[in-house]
Design a protein around this ligand. Sequence first.
Ligand code: SIN
Ligand code: CO
Length: 414
Amino acid sequence: MRGDPRHYTARMKNARSRRPATTPPIEVRGNPRQPLGMSPAQFLRVYWQKRPLLIRNAFPGLVPPIKPNDLAGLACEEGVLARLVRHDEAREHWQLKTGPLAEADFAKTGDRNWTLLVQDVDKWDADVAKLLEPFAFLPSWRLDDIMISYAEPGGGVGAHVDQYDVFLIQGLGQRHWAISTDPAAPKGFRPDIELKQLVRFEPTHEWLLEPGDILYLPPDVPHDGVAVGGPCMTISVGMRAPSRAELTGDLADYLAERLPDELRYADPDLAPVKAIGKIDAAALTRLRTALPFAAALDDDALRDWFGRFITRYRNAQTPMPPARGVPAATLHKQLTVGARLLRHPWSRLAWARGSAGATLFANGEAWPAPAAWAKALCAQREVTLSAAPSAAAEVLLLALVNAGHFVVRKARRQ
Ligand code: SIN
Ligand code: CO
């Protein structure tokens, strides 16, 4: 039926799904009811951790809750994290001084191209802490701190990326912000500078921020802010997000602290060894029983970790690399039929077959290895060459010799 509302709804849905997807605006205007220019729910859905957003007039009439002089005074206090960054434009030289700073440090700064950054100002100043209130829609434990920077014209920290979300609130004066939303933007750091500045930075968007404007940046967006015209203050509400490496390390410590010492790797089902040193499928099954929380690891990762771990575990000593490295050409000449490879007494070896071939483990390290060689080196402390090794075996032997696990001796006279 034409007039049937069910048909109408279906037509509307189809029309909606055919509409081209529009990119959300990168710039909006805040208002007293919605400082972010939208509801917190919409901000979280569309921008949070996804795309940058410039909010004009988010905090109209904002007066910075701390004066530049008081910020400088705080930077001179013991226990306050502060940095003074100077940029010599002519020589393209950056200078970083970390706090606690002294009054004399400010005497040398001049009236251009420097900035002072003080972290955790919310912990030292209750009025500054109040600036966190509009961000109460975010989990409080995700908040890191309020960092406040004061800059003279030309002052900034250079183009960089941060690994956290940040709301850059313009507190005083004007700042020119340039960002890159190019997902392929290079993220390499300049090696010479402690400031982790980017080697290359090509902005896709640029704005001049006025007091009360906010630039929201998700993690990993290249950005560069430079004070313009006169004194400039930027109030950064920074978030924190532990890396997966930190989460994993801490969880492992947490679990380890709670496990009794008597619970150990156990193998009451052990069958006689077929290949000396091999970490076999039964060993992996036992590991999975002992480590139920490692269920997400595939066999290759579990094997690789365990091979490194078990060849390092409880070693009182470990072989040292030779004083002078052995060049590949020298080793090649030494590896003639009858030559002997002697294993270092402190060398602890194991091997395993994985989906990409065999691996030889030695005192916590791992090398790809031809399976026959991994097997032979684990099985005997002294291996006599019955044929010249393959190229892949030579690569392995070179690594083992240069790590101090083996020495080569000439063939015995008959
Ligand atoms: C600044 O306030 O100068 C730097 C803030 C930032 O880029 O994260
Ligand atoms: Co930054």
